[in-house]
Write a protein that binds this ligand. Structure first.
Ligand SMILES: [Zn+2]
Length: 203
């Protein structure tokens, strides 16, 4: 087996399972897939397939999976990476935020999580099921709706790690690095910097 074959089978890092035969050897369904040889970090590889819109092909049974069927795409329907554009503190503990989530207008969100202007955050937008990956009839599931807090409009929910089904602290806005584009879905697992070397690990 050549290195390029291994790369193809490893493309989804074992995170994509064939819906037909349960094998995890899936490759991108493209002809003449000549990729430039670049050295990517684990997080960059994750980002690459998380946002890929090319369907996948099972190497065992030939079943094709559309990108919209990928588990992370379903899980993070209505979830968006955004950047905090403005912060207004009111009634001491609340922050009224304007967040750029890649839409025409900034999204207004009220939170008690302490965030700062310029911070990259993840927002569960209207229609999202929280926590991510929950079924609509699961106990304690929240469906995000337009609402208001203290008279200020709130059209989304700032995500902490538990709301994303990530490992991490409750009530603290989940962090995400700059390689996750604004308006895109977040990674399926938490990515965090290890030391100053810029290495990332999933959790
Ligand atoms: Zn299969």
């Amino acid at each position: 087996m050549s290195d390029s074959d291994e790369e193809e089978e490893d493309y989804y890092q074992g995170k994509l399972t064939c819906s037909s035969c349960d094998e995890t050897s899936m490759m991108r369904n493209v002809e003449d897939d000549v990729e430039e040889v670049v050295s990517l970090s684990e997080e960059e590889k994750l980002q690459r397939f998380t946002h890929d819109t090319t369907s996948a092909l099972c190497l065992s049974c030939g079943e094709e999976m559309e990108a919209c069927e990928f588990p992370w795409v379903k899980r993070f329907e209505h979830y968006r990476v955004g950047v905090v554009q403005s912060v207004e503190v009111f009634k001491k503990k609340y922050q009224a935020l304007e967040i750029d989530v890649g839409a025409e207008e900034a999204l207004k969100v009220v939170t008690t999580g302490k965030v700062a202007e310029g911070q990259r955050v993840i927002v569960a937008c209207v229609g999202a099921l929280v926590p991510a990956g929950a079924e609509p009839d699961d106990e304690g599931v929240i469906v995000v709706k337009k609402g208001s807090v203290g008279g200020k409009p709130s059209h989304g929910m700032l995500c902490d790690s538990p709301s994303l089904s990530w490992v991490g602290a409750k009530g603290v806005a989940a962090k995400i690095s700059d390689i996750w584009p604004i308006g895109s879905i977040p990674p399926i697992t938490k990515q965090r910097a290890v030391g100053a070397g810029g290495e990332y690990v999933g959790s």
